[in-house]
Design a protein around this ligand. Structure first.
Ligand code: GLP
Length: 269
């Protein structure tokens, strides 16, 4: 795992946008896996700005979102489809028909997983997957004890996740307790992964993911198996890492190697 530590959320967002931009510029028809939540908002704002002020085009990009709540329609204010439309898709030149979010209102939610997997496969697979992390170490909605070999399916949310996400719902509003989520295997199949986290409330999950054992109890720890994962964290999220100094040293050595020997191995396909 490559661990990059930033002084604040803004510099982290800019660096993650640099990485996404180089992927799209190298392969304009890239397939990007997207996440919701407050963490990737800075990245999305940067991408929108680069689209408006520079020549970053999403015209040929395809996207697959990680997850969606079960039981609320796509036009519901708290659906992840609405989140993506509002915070990214409606503000860039992406073709809406190239954007996929699991259908939380499917007649039989249990049948949606294999179809979503097939769509990802038919697109050629995900080139770059963006991830956040839950305070309990979940990625997508793969809650603790999710199978490390799981594919897209319905998951029941933990009380902690329901509480963490209750800030988006009004006090008496229906809040879903089920979600359709890409599985851990689906995520690990992406060619490149970027996981972003900021804030002290993510520090336990970040420590367990990077330095803890590989265990379904911390689903994000499955990323230890992935060959091309970059973790971008701010100082607060990195505060419980015991090898923090080492990760910074690795970053310096890596920069030197890249400067001397090759431009960058960042682009995937
Ligand atoms: C939700 C999403 C995750 C996201 C997590 C963290 O549970 N399903 O994909 O990573 O929230 O959210 P936030 O970035 O708001 O902390």
């Amino acid at each position: 795992m490559e661990v990059l530590i930033f002084p604040d959320a803004l510099s982290l967002a800019r660096k993650s946008a640099d990485l996404v931009e180089s992927q799209i510029k190298a392969f304009p028809d890239s397939v990007i896996g997207l996440a919701t939540g407050s963490t990737p908002l800075g990245l999305y704002e940067e991408l929108i700005m680069r689209h408006a002020e520079h020549d970053l085009s999403f015209a040929q990009v395809k996207t697959f979102n990680l997850d969606e709540y079960v039981g609320i329609p796509s036009n519901h204010p708290q659906s992840y489809r609405t989140f993506m439309d509002k915070n990214l898709f409606n503000r860039i030149d992406i073709d809406q028909s190239n954007t996929q979010v699991p259908d939380g209102m499917a007649e039989n939610p249990l049948a949606t997983g294999p179809a979503y997997e097939k769509m990802i496969e038919d697109s050629g697979g995900i080139d770059l997957q963006i991830l956040g992390v839950g305070t309990d170490g979940h990625i997508g909605f793969n809650e603790p004890t999710s199978s490390l070999g799981s594919i897209t399916r319905v998951k029941t949310l933990t009380q902690q996740t329901i509480e963490d996400n209750s800030r988006f719902f009004s006090p008496n509003e229906f809040q879903p307790k089920l979600a359709i989520t890409m599985g851990i295997k689906t995520i690990l199949d992406a060619r490149r992964i970027l996981l972003l986290a900021h804030g002290e409330n993510k520090s336990n999950a970040i420590r367990d993911m990077i330095e803890g054992p590989l265990a379904a109890f911390c689903p994000a720890s499955a990323l230890q198996l992935h060959q091309r994962t970059t973790i971008l964290v701010d100082e607060a999220a990195a505060s419980k890492l015991s090898l923090k100094g080492y990760y910074k040293f690795v970053g310096e050595m890596q920069d030197e190697l890249v400067r001397k020997h090759r431009p960058s191995d960042w682009i995937s396909r």
